[in-house]
Each structure stands twice: as C-alpha cells, then as structure tokens.
Design a protein around this ligand. Structure first.
Ligand SMILES: Nc1ncnc2c1ncn2[C@@H]1O[C@H](COP(=O)(O)OP(=O)(O)O)[C@@H](O)[C@H]1O
Ligand SMILES: [Mg+2]
Length: 385
C-alpha cells in the first residue's frame, strides 16, 4: 500500500493516525529509550494522533505498557525500565507480518487474543542494537507499516562505526585514522591483532580509543594510553561487540549538528558544541545522561564554520541514505578542519538532549519535531524508496 493511499484511507475514515511508540528494547540503552519515549508521549499531539505505547523488555518481549510519561523519567539516579511499566509479566503484542494487515493483537497465555486496532505508523524510539541498527526497521518493512526515521540500510550503517567511516570516505567526507579488528581476526590470532593496534598507534600516536564497532552511548569505549592498557580495553569493547574499532585521539572541539527531513528534503539545524566534561575523562555514559552534560547551542563558531558543518551534516545524511532525522557528530580539529565522528540515526531525544535543543534554537520546538517526524514517516510508503 502506498503512503498516499494509506493517508487517503485515513482521511476517508475520518480517524486520527494511530502511532505506536515502541521503546525500551534489548540494547544497553534500554533505560534511555524509556526516558525518551516518556518525552515523546508527553509531547505528541493527542488531538492529531492516537497513541499506542509498546515497550520491549530487556529480553525482547513486546509488552503493552501504561501510557504514563511520569513513570518514564530518571528519578534520584534510578533508571526506568519496560519491566516496571508492563501491564503484565507474560502478555505479548504481535504485529502481523502480512503487509495488508495492520491490526495489532495482544496475547496473554491462557486468554483469548485481543485486537488492539490498526497501527498506521511506528515511532521506534529505540537506541542501539535491535533498535537503531536496521533490525526492527526490517521487521517493520515486512509488516508493511511506515515508521519514523531511517530505513534498514542507513540504520545499519549508522550503527557500525567501520562501515559508517567507509561510506563517508567514499562520499568524500573527512574521517579520522582508524583500524578494525574483526571477530575472526581476534579469534584466529590475538597476538597479531594486538600487534596491529600497537603498529597503528605507532603510526598515529597514543592514546587510542578502543570501541565496540556497534554500540552507543559510549558503552564499552576506553581511552588507552599505552600497550599495557590494551588487553583490558579490548575485552571491555568485545563485551559489547566482537568487532572492535580503534581510533587515534583527535585533538579538537566536539561539534554536533541535527538534520531533519522537511517536505522539501533534509535541512541542518544550528550546530552545538559539547565542551569537554570536567569530571569525566571523555564524553562517556555518565557525562551524557546522568549529569546531563551541557552542550552550548548554538556552537560559538564563525559563520563560515557554521555553514561548513551544516553542509557536512546534510552530506552525511545523504551519504548514508538517511531518512527523518540524524544527529551528525564532528570534531573541529585544532587545524581548523572538520572530521566526522559518527551519525546517530535515533539520537538522544529527550527535551534536554542535544538534537531537540539544536532544533529548538533553529525554530522547531519539541512538539513540532515529533509531529514532523511522524508526518515524514506517513508521507513515505513502505518498501523500496
Ligand atoms: N577519536 C577520538 N578522539 C577524541 N575523542 C573521542 C574519539 N572517539 C571518541 N571520543 C570521545 O568519546 C565519545 C564517545 O565516542 P563515540 O565514537 O561518539 O561513541 P558513541 O557511539 O558511543 O557515542 C565522543 O563523544 C568523544 O568525547
Ligand atoms: Mg557519539
């Protein structure tokens, strides 16, 4: 079904589009996703949309959850979870895989399945593996339901720090030096893999950043000052992903830029600067979420630098064939050159997160942002585009 016919059907039926807000999930960013979903549920225009909150538990069950944003925040440093919000410990929400059937069903062992009505669009407020990496996007393609944000390929590219760099390089975007240790490389010959990293650091200098290739929120990342610290850093990264990427430390300022899809295509927000957090070695999980590190919006850049980084952000969005939204993260090197660090296809999205703050500064408030993202998803059809 094309997006046009689905929106025509909606108009003909006179009902509001039904948005399933899907959150939580199996990645280590579960709690952040719950927090974000709470903000989305709070901001979503209930006169324009019907809302169905669906939480995915840490072990992957799709649970019907309370539509209760108040219980979805970080309180006294306690992190919320879908398990706390689920209406039952056993019930599952099922999305049919026939593209012409959008009727969501709720099943509870021992009870008759209950129809929950049709879903017109899914807002996957999910970060990290099984959420932001193309897997749920593939499932939604099979189900024939439009969804907010990037499709399968762009999501997978945005999750994988190796392929992201390869794509950027092939589109002429500047990236920093890196080397990759594939799972089989490590399993076959740990000593050779270790030597590859030491040689890389010999060429580009210590310290290096050792990262899981596919993670997020700084999980599993260690800054390593010398060869003695390598084994522990590799083990830590491999706890998150058997593929690791090693980068040389880039000296410069951290600059981010939001890209949002408008009716006429992607546009870049004003950029922000993330100052180095005083109490943390780098911009790690604690610094990012618990202490709500304060980014400076707009970034104090020259007009020329601002123009350049916004243009690079849109080019990064296009290079990976992104849709809906992306936050593009850069380093402004001491040499004055911008280097792209990564894109996030489902960036932190609470009202205090950088992406919404950058758009707020650019004249698009949080509620409009949510509305534009759902609108962009409804305009698209499922399938190839
Ligand atoms: N090569 C690098 N040079 C300097 N700082 C880095 C480098 N890579 C990462 N960092 C720091 O670590 C943070 C997290 O790394 P990043 O690659 O963005 O991982 P994540 O996907 O988990 O956000 C960055 O925001 C930055 O502060
Ligand atoms: Mg990052």
């Amino acid at each position: 079904m094309s997006s046009q016919s689905s929106s025509q059907n909606l108009q003909a039926s006179g009902r509001r589009p039904r948005v399933a807000v899907v959150f939580g999930g199996r990645s280590s960013e579960h709690a952040i996703s719950v927090v974000t979903a709470g903000a989305v549920l709070r901001a979503i225009d209930r006169t324009a949309y019907d809302v169905l909150p669906i939480g995915i538990t840490a072990d992957g069950r799709w649970a019907l959850t309370a539509d209760d944003p108040e219980r979805m925040a970080i309180t006294d440093r306690d992190l919320p979870s879908v398990e706390q919000l689920a209406e039952s410990d056993t019930g599952s929400v099922l999305l049919p895989f026939e593209p012409d059937n959008r009727e969501v069903v709720y099943t509870e062992p021992g009870s008759v399945p209950k129809a929950l009505g049709e879903v017109d669009v899914v807002f996957p407020v999910l970060h990290g593996p099984y959420g932001e990496d193309g897997t749920i996007q593939g499932l939604l393609e099979l189900a024939g339901v439009p969804y907010v944000g990037s499709g399968v390929l762009a999501s997978a590219v945005g999750m994988d720090k190796e392929y992201m760099k390869r794509i950027f390089t092939s589109f002429g975007l500047p990236v920093g030096p890196y080397t990759v240790i594939r799972p089989r490389e490590w399993e076959r010959d740990e000593a050779a893999a270790r030597k590859k990293i030491v040689d890389f650091a010999g060429d580009h200098g210590w310290p290096v950043f050792v990262k899981p290739a596919r993670a997020g929120s700084s999980f599993g990342i260690t800054k390593v000052d010398d060869p003695a610290g390598l084994d522990e850093a590799i083990a830590e990264a491999r706890r998150h992903d058997p593929k690791i990427i090693v980068e040389s430390l880039l000296h410069g300022r951290e600059i981010e830029c939001g890209v949002l899809e408008f009716e006429d295509g992607p546009r870049a927000s004003l950029p922000a600067e993330i100052p180095p957090p005083a109490a943390h070695d780098f911009y790690d999980f604690e610094a990012k979420y618990i202490d709500s590190a304060e980014g400076i919006v707009p970034a104090p850049l020259t007009e020329e630098q601002t123009r350049e980084v916004r243009e690079l952000a849109v080019r990064a969005f296009e290079a990976a064939s992104c849709e809906g939204l992306v936050r593009a993260d850069f380093f402004l090197l001491d040499s004055g050159e911008f280097v792209i660090n990564e894109i996030n296809t489902m960036p932190g999205f609470t009202p205090i997160s950088m992406y919404p703050r950058m758009w707020e500064a650019s004249g698009v408030d949080y509620a409009e942002l949510v509305d534009r993202l759902i609108g962009a998803a409804l305009r698209r059809s499922s399938g190839l585009r």
